[in-house]
Design a protein around this ligand. Structure first.
Ligand SMILES: [Zn+2]
Length: 437
């Protein structure tokens, strides 16, 4: 009985592992396996070029490395000069196919958090399945996968029919300003595309995908009161003072909004007194005041993160209503900056995750589920929200310790993940999923 059970398990397991991918998909997968060494070489080459966000020459150089590969694949590529937004620029490539399938937007980034001044500069093999290096999983691994998945699709004779846009930004880790200019080309691509695929490493778990990211923006609260001897506080002409007003506002923010699901807002810095000197670069400053003087100024800076545009807008409205009330003889203003928008977990994104999970299972690599959005920071894919029908991120090379000098990649996942992406791209561009636009 037990033996029979074991045999059944083995039979069903192997059936499950082998039977699900088609002949053409096997061809795609075969190319990826056969070319894994050269993919690894490209990854090593890219990692060894320093491309800290502010090393414009390095970012450009990494861009040229991938540009040459996209050119060879028949993409119409261009380098977007980053001067207007104070960064290196972006690599953009368009491939117009003969088919009528959906247009895919593949998103990567060329920069890393490691400037030339840091000690972490080179690709190093730790053992046969692990390598360390600056940006190896965040996200030069994902960039290399874009190249090799496209090459696999071309070799299988499929690329010629596919409509694909590649955008690799040069300032994901430290985005240029104004953001509207820095993300103009990405937004333009999103307007043309039907489906966005982000090649960030996500939470570096092969069993998860990112279908929602919270927004990320900052706010600044400025409060003024009437300065006087403390004995006059609460009188009709002097009122409450700036510090009481600031604390009222923060308390009401907390009382009104702290239990809202997936919303966070954090006051990170506060200055108050009779005189304050704000240092915007350091996000700090000096405050002067005395116990016997009613505070004239207060400033608070913080961030806010929301799961959807609706939630962000609602929270901002409530915060402005709180600010508008005013204790006696005080004034306050609240300003929000234009940060990274939210990527809401739409039905389209959930559907895309199902497609991705199916591909993964068909390749024998298991189910994929959604990451908790509280654990997914803002990223470039968020700029596609509202423009594409479906979006998913976290499709890159898995590893860990991103943004530290221990950043590593699990190289076993280089071919596996390239196959998952290539097959996903193939299936998404087949009818009857067909073109809607
Ligand atoms: Zn990244």
């Amino acid at each position: 009985m037990r033996l029979l059970f074991l045999i059944l398990v083995i039979v069903s397991f192997s059936f499950h592992g082998l039977a699900q991918i088609s002949k053409i998909e096997k061809k795609i997968a075969g190319y990826v396996d056969a070319n894994n060494n050269s993919a690894l070489k490209l990854l090593e080459e890219a990692v060894n070029i320093n491309s800290g966000s502010m090393n414009f020459e390095g970012v450009y150089k990494v861009g040229q490395l991938f540009k040459a590969r996209l050119d060879a694949l028949g993409f119409e590529t261009r380098w977007v000069d980053g001067k207007p937004f104070g960064r290196a620029g972006h690599l953009v490539g368009y491939h117009t196919g003969k088919g009528t399938g959906k247009t895919l937007l593949l998103i990567g980034h060329l920069d890393t958090v490691f400037e030339p001044s840091t000690t972490f500069q080179k690709f190093t093999m730790v053992n046969d399945s692990t390598a360390t290096g600056p940006g190896i999983s965040d996200m030069k691994g994902g960039d290399v996968m874009i190249i090799y998945s496209l090459e696999a699709l071309r070799q299988a004779g499929l690329l010629k029919n596919m409509n694909i846009i590649v955008v690799m930004t040069g300032d994901e880790e430290l985005s240029g300003r104004p953001l509207e200019l820095a993300r103009k080309d990405l937004v333009e691509a999103a307007k043309v595309a039907d489906i966005a695929l982000g090649m960030e490493d996500g939470d570096s778990d092969p069993t998860t995908g990112v279908i929602s990211r919270r927004s990320s923006s900052s706010w600044e609260l400025n409060v003024t009161g009437v300065s006087a001897h403390s004995s006059q506080i609460f009188t009709s002409t002097i009122g409450a003072g700036a510090i009481y007003e600031a604390s009222r506002i923060l308390t009401e923010f907390y009382e009104n909004l702290s239990t809202e699901k997936d919303l966070t807002f954090n006051p990170g810095m506060i200055l108050g007194g009779s005189d304050i000197q704000r240092d915007e670069v350091l996000d700090g400053g000096l405050a002067f005041g005395k116990g016997n003087i009613v505070a004239k100024h207060a400033v608070v800076t913080g961030d806010i993160r929301a799961i959807s545009f609706e939630q962000l807008k609602k929270a901002q409205e409530i915060m402005q209503q709180v600010v508008a009330k005013h204790l006696p003889q005080t004034k306050a203003t609240l300003l929000f900056d234009d940060g990274y928008p939210p990527l809401a977990p739409t039905d389209g994104n959930k559907k895309l995750l199902e497609h991705y999970s199916k591909v993964s299972e068909d390749l024998g690599l298991g189910k994929v589920t959604a990451v908790n959005p509280r654990n997914a920071g803002a990223a470039d894919i968020s700029f596609t929200a509202g423009y594409v029908d479906m979006a998913i991120d976290g499709l890159g090379l898995f590893g860990g310790y991103g943004h530290t000098d221990k950043e590593f990649a699990n190289l076993n996942w280089l071919p596996r993940q390239t196959k998952r992406i290539a097959l996903l791209m193939y299936r998404l561009t087949q009818n009857p999923l067909g073109n809607k636009k």
